[in-house]
Design a protein around this ligand. Structure first.
Ligand SMILES: Cc1ncc(COP(=O)(O)O)c(C=O)c1O
Length: 404
């Protein structure tokens, strides 16, 4: 008799954003005259920049001509894209990453979810608390965790690293043994960043203990401060202990177009086995390459024109982050983030629960945000707002929040 993978039964019920969606739909049905502003889900709102649109049109036209038509893309990505990424994202920043250490994909979510497949089930994972849920859930599905402990709000056999206001939302090195360490900076949901010297401590720790750091840099494009690393490969020795995930989603508004990449240095070996080769094998077996037209659009992001346009786009989101920060300051909220990241992490007033504050904000201000507890128990009494809305909506949302 066929059997299911019963690890899936350990997963916790409804996903955070489905619960939010349901609550908002119910509220809208009961209050059809209210104009709701969504500053919850981290999706972008600005259209693709002209350089990207132009590259897409050109590539589409090529697909209609026999001489330039493209079938299956190379599994690991077209050389034109891998080379420009290696140069502009890494070599120009002093990181010695080669084009063949870059694996192009259709986004960082799949890569961060799938990467655990090439590691043994007896590895212990360490994650931040609060955390982007994909890291934990993909390991639950694989059977690398115990059951969910309702009282603790955490899975057993996972090392949770608390991120609190006391440590500026940057975790301390784990005291328990951890083999696969997930880090994400700039962070979703807290908007926190890690300084280069602090990240170097993690790299040294991983090299000393034979651990691998799975570094999610999906929000790298929002970094504006000098001492904040854009890549873990800016740290000495990272090539023997780290994998990095990048995405075009928030960098260039590709959430609907889909493009990302993973960097695995050839020097990363476990028990003499090349992790790079294992991922190449896995990618080649289970993935048939991101579309040619999308990879050409990705290439355009690195052109002079593309870079300029994307910088302007991110600057608009940063204006929103400032509007939120100034509004919260005026209204007397405690908060962090929003400088090198599109997320603002605020402490709920009067120590309200995250969900009570969600309900209050929806009901009294008609603004939707994300309850911090949805990202882990240390997110309780916190709330995430995003800078991805329109300027007008962000201003109106803050006007309403100030009136609460
Ligand atoms: C931390 C983090 N990593 C990865 C992703 C997924 O990115 P992509 O759209 O490339 O799948 C997100 C998207 O919200 C994210 O917040």
């Amino acid at each position: 008799m066929a059997k299911i993978n019963d690890n899936y039964l350990k997963l916790q019920g409804s996903y955070l954003f489905s619960t939010i969606g349901k609550k908002v739909r119910e509220y809208e049905a009961a209050n059809p005259d209210k104009k709701i502003i969504r500053l919850g889900i981290g999706d972008v709102t600005q259209p693709l920049v002209p350089a990207v649109i132009e590259a897409l049109h050109k590539a589409v036209d090529e697909m209609g001509i026999a001489e330039s038509f493209k079938g299956y893309a190379p599994d690991l990505g077209y050389a034109f894209l891998r080379e420009v990424i290696a140069q502009k994202d890494f070599k120009d920043r002093g990181c010695s990453i080669e084009a063949d250490e870059i694996f192009v994909s259709d986004g960082a979510k799949c890569d961060c979810g799938n990467i655990q497949e090439i590691f043994g089930l007896d590895n212990k994972i360490a994650v931040c608390d609060p955390v982007y849920p994909v890291y934990v859930d993909s390991n639950v599905m694989a059977g690398r965790t115990g059951v969910f402990d309702e009282a603790a709000g955490q899975f057993k056999d996972v090392v949770y690293m608390p991120c609190t206001s006391e440590n500026a939302f940057v975790p301390e090195l784990p005291k328990e043994k951890a083999d696969l360490i997930y880090l994400c900076f700039p962070n979703n949901p807290t908007g926190a960043v890690i300084k280069k010297s602090e990240l170097q401590n993690w790299v040294d720790y991983a090299n000393k203990n034979g651990a691998v750091i799975l570094y999610d840099a999906a929000y790298e494009a929002f970094i504006e401060e000098d001492d904040v690393p854009h890549s873990i490969f800016e740290c000495k020795g990272a090539e023997t202990c780290a994998i990095e995930f990048r995405s075009f989603s928030k960098t260039a508004g590709f959430t609907g177009l889909r493009l990302g990449f993973t960097v695995i240095p050839k020097a990363l070996k476990l028990d003499g086995v090349s992790v790079h080769d294992l991922w190449a094998r896995r990618h080649g077996t289970k993935y048939n390459g991101a579309p040619y037209i999308v990879q050409r659009a990705g290439e355009a992001v690195y052109s002079d024109e593309g870079r300029k346009q994307i910088k302007e786009q991110i600057a608009k989101y940063k204006v929103n982050a400032k509007i939120i920060a100034e509004g919260l300051k005026e209204a007397g909220y405690e908060f962090s983030g929003g400088i090198n990241a599109p997320y603002i992490w605020l402490k709920t007033p009067g120590n309200m629960s995250s969900w009570d504050f969600f309900d209050l904000l929806l009901d009294k201000a008609n603004v939707v945000g994300t309850p911090g507890v949805g990202f882990g128990p240390h997110g309780e009494h916190y709330f995430r707002l995003t800078a991805f809305g329109s300027k007008a909506n962000t201003e109106e949302a803050m006007r309403r929040i100030k009136l609460l």
